[in-house]
Design a protein around this ligand. Structure first.
Ligand code: CA
Length: 226
């Protein structure tokens, strides 16, 4: 899952970026309203964390939110605000934000709201993802298979989560890079192959079937449960 953070306070932006990265999200940061809009126009994001008071455009975060809604009606937007006033909340929600969090906030609360918003998004349903005998818990970042708990690195988790959220759909290498790596990533697509190999090693005990299928020239697939 890839998140855009638009926050002009460099220190806060950095804490949010680190927290989200440690939880397995790919994160891009923009520090002004125009940079936020531009990033959203270029890249694909699964969620936006958007500060309300931003330099560079009249109405800062509200303007960014309206612009995002023109481009994408569905992407979840979590607004950050220092003002706990009814007017701000109503304006934020009217501008198309899905939820807001008042500064200063606890990082665990931010993560919980991010998970909740991603659950509501059209592609995601269950808090715990299940497919082919594997369950994945985004809250603890662990996978379970046949009674084993499998610890995953942030990147392994991001790749597996994306495949499981889209179970039944073939996902191309490019799409995986778009959703599991930040846009500064300049490596090659064989990095995806490498992470798929790590995941197969971790998920497959002797005698078990490989749940990740390779479709030559198309991408990777985890079948959905019937
Ligand atoms: Ca600000």
């Amino acid at each position: 899952m890839k998140v855009l953070v638009v926050e002009d306070d460099v220190r806060i932006a950095d804490v949010i970026r680190r927290t989200l990265t440690e939880s397995g999200y790919a994160v891009d940061v923009a520090h002004t309203a125009p940079d936020g809009v531009q990033a959203f126009e270029i890249e694909t994001y699964d969620l936006v964390v958007l500060d309300l008071m931003l330099p560079g455009l009249p109405n800062g975060g509200m303007a960014v939110c309206r612009r995002i809604r023109v481009i994408d009606k569905n992407v979840p937007v979590l607004m950050l605000t220092a003002l706990d006033s009814m007017r701000t909340k109503v304006e934020g929600l009217d501008a198309g934000a899905d939820d807001y969090i008042v500064k200063p906030f606890h990082l665990v609360e931010l993560l919980a709201r991010v998970r909740a918003l991603l659950r509501r998004s059209p592609r995601a349903h269950a808090p715990v993802l299940r497919a082919q005998g594997v369950t994945l818990d985004p809250a603890t970042r662990t996978a379970q298979r046949a009674g084993r708990t499998i610890m995953l690195t942030a990147k392994e988790f991001a790749v597996l989560e994306y495949l499981m959220r889209n179970a039944g759909t073939i996902i191309s290498t490019t799409e995986l890079i778009d959703h599991a790596w930040d846009s500064n990533y300049e490596g090659f697509s064989n990095v995806v192959q490498t992470y798929i190999r790590y995941l197969r090693q971790k998920l497959t005990a002797p005698g078990e079937a490989d749940i990740i299928e390779t479709r030559r020239g198309a991408g990777y697939l985890i079948n959905a449960d019937r």
